[in-house]
Ligand binder design. Sequence first.
Ligand SMILES: Cc1cc2nc3c(=O)[nH]c(=O)nc-3n(C[C@H](O)[C@H](O)[C@H](O)COP(=O)(O)O)c2cc1C
Length: 192
Amino acid sequence: MPTPNPDALHFLQTRRSRPSKTLSMPVPDRSEVEQLLTIAARTPDHGKLEPWRFIVIEKAAMPRMAEIAEARGKALDLAAEQVKKGRGQFDLGHLAVAVVEVHKPSAKVPELEQTYSAGAVCLALLNAALAAGWGANWLSGWVSHDRAFMTDALGLESHERIAGFIHIATETTAPPERPRPNVGEMTSWVNE
Ligand SMILES: Cc1cc2nc3c(=O)[nH]c(=O)nc-3n(C[C@H](O)[C@H](O)[C@H](O)COP(=O)(O)O)c2cc1C
């Protein structure tokens, strides 16, 4: 018989993100962030390629991120609302970790599997932060898919891209429960 871990199960059954807009200071200090990153890096990774790395965006860097986002939005001729949205996560941000997918050449592990692993790292970091009592939220936005933003703001190389920005700070208000999927409807069983 399996031995359940009731605390872990309770956490997984009740976990939920905290919208980044509702987060405030303080944020975890560097050693606390390192602990969260250590947990996040304990993620399934086919072939031990480590196809990811972290860039911790601290408060002092947020205005620069916001300015680059705005410049890129204007260069792309985006609507004013989109430009505002693009810079918004940095205007409001306190601490965010850019989880960077680093594509590693491999004859055995397809690029898609490396992408899945990077996504899993995002969830692991989000869950680690929530389990540690922080408010946290996984954001993307058009900036996270814009090659020039990746280069100008974060110095990414062409074989790298942003898997997600995980914002981590202090929760101010509890979010309303989000409707959850009907697992029965999306699950089929194969027994022959
Ligand atoms: C790849 C990815 C990108 C996301 N980007 C955004 C975003 O830019 N803005 C946003 O409001 N929510 C975004 N979300 C949704 C939230 O992170 C999250 O799914 C939602 O708040 C509920 O999460 P929970 O199941 O942890 O409560 C994104 C989710 C994923 C998986």
